[in-house]
Design a protein around this ligand. Sequence first.
Ligand SMILES: Cc1ncc(COP(=O)(O)O)c(C=O)c1O
Length: 410
Amino acid sequence: MHGMTPMQNHNQTTSHKITVPLIKNAFIEEDETKRALADFIVHAKKLSMGEQCRAFEEAFAKKQSCKEAILFNSGGSANLAMFQALKNMGELKDGDTVGFSALTWSTNSMPIIQMGLKPVAIDCDADTLNVMSHNLEERHKQVKLKAFFATNVIGFAGDLQAIREFCRKNDILFLEDNCESLGTKLPEGKTGNFGLGASFSFYVAHHMSTIEGGMVCTDDEAFAEMLRIVRANGWDRNLHPHQQTKWRTTPAGIESEFYSKFLFHDLGFNLRPTEITGFLGLYQLQFLDRNIKMREQTFLRCEAIMQNNADLVPVRRDHLAMVSSFVIPVIAKTSELRDRYLQKFHNAGVEVRPMIAGNIQKQPFHKKYVVETYPLPNTDFLHTSSFYCGNCPDYTEEEIQTIMSCLSKN
Ligand SMILES: Cc1ncc(COP(=O)(O)O)c(C=O)c1O
């Protein structure tokens, strides 16, 4: 059509057959897992949150090398719970400024707004996709931050050790959203272990799936305790007995054993998982390393091609010890080139998405609720010059070859 850019053309031709989908299966070992799940459901005595959830929490905490893991019904719920818990604890108060990665997902900045806090968008570096310590320092010079919520973007991360140090020195509460980067490592340790707490998502297509599900990991016992209270409408029923005793003997505590059954200590929601989540988590955990390895192999093959393509910018990762690839990022040098590659992927039937939610300040909900906006040149660049395709662990060699051919220069 006259005057149509490749991007407009791309929008017009959405009926192409998908040959390489973003998501292939809900689980690794899909058939085996579904059969095991069916058997579990038939024989389980209880399906609401119980032993399976607790066992998955313990196994996941061990795997992540943290003290406490608290299971939620989604990664978004995990984020919301972290902020409610910090408000309940008095660590954050109405109107406090919370910095967050501008290149992120809705559920990273929404809870900041929902909790009556003030979101302050922080630019990333275009070549790492992540907020680096110097981006944080610059923003902190303009706006004194009370907290910083970093998103570890699609398997990559910022210089989290330097960020942690900066936050410690400046009394900034540091949280991580590790929903997209389970398994990524820096020389100083695993992503998700740098802040006071970190969220994880087990939604389908993440490094492991429980269909829907999320986790918060922390080494802080008081934070973990409050997260368990927040998760279950504010009551203490799911705490350890010694913690329950403490809550029940506070001045605001119980009048009698009878009333202790329905005692609500602080603000919360119902964000509980079910035993199905717990069962699936335990089952899929046995395949997690394999899942990460397969994604890494595909990512490294694709990265090698991007390194030889002058149209594209490979993601810089020299500060990382290991990338637990989530999807395959494509960063073009210009938006025109991005549109050309989008068309190429589209023609080959490879399903693509924008670089997560792009510059979150451009999202309708942000425009509606957040008055103060900040300049974000690098996030803006990524908004218009990048996209991603999937990196399923179960892609066939043919599917991987299709992606690789789209990444090569014509
Ligand atoms: C960075 C990030 N945070 C949070 C979430 C929310 O996770 P969930 O879909 O489990 O609510 C996602 C979802 O993919 C995400 O990418």
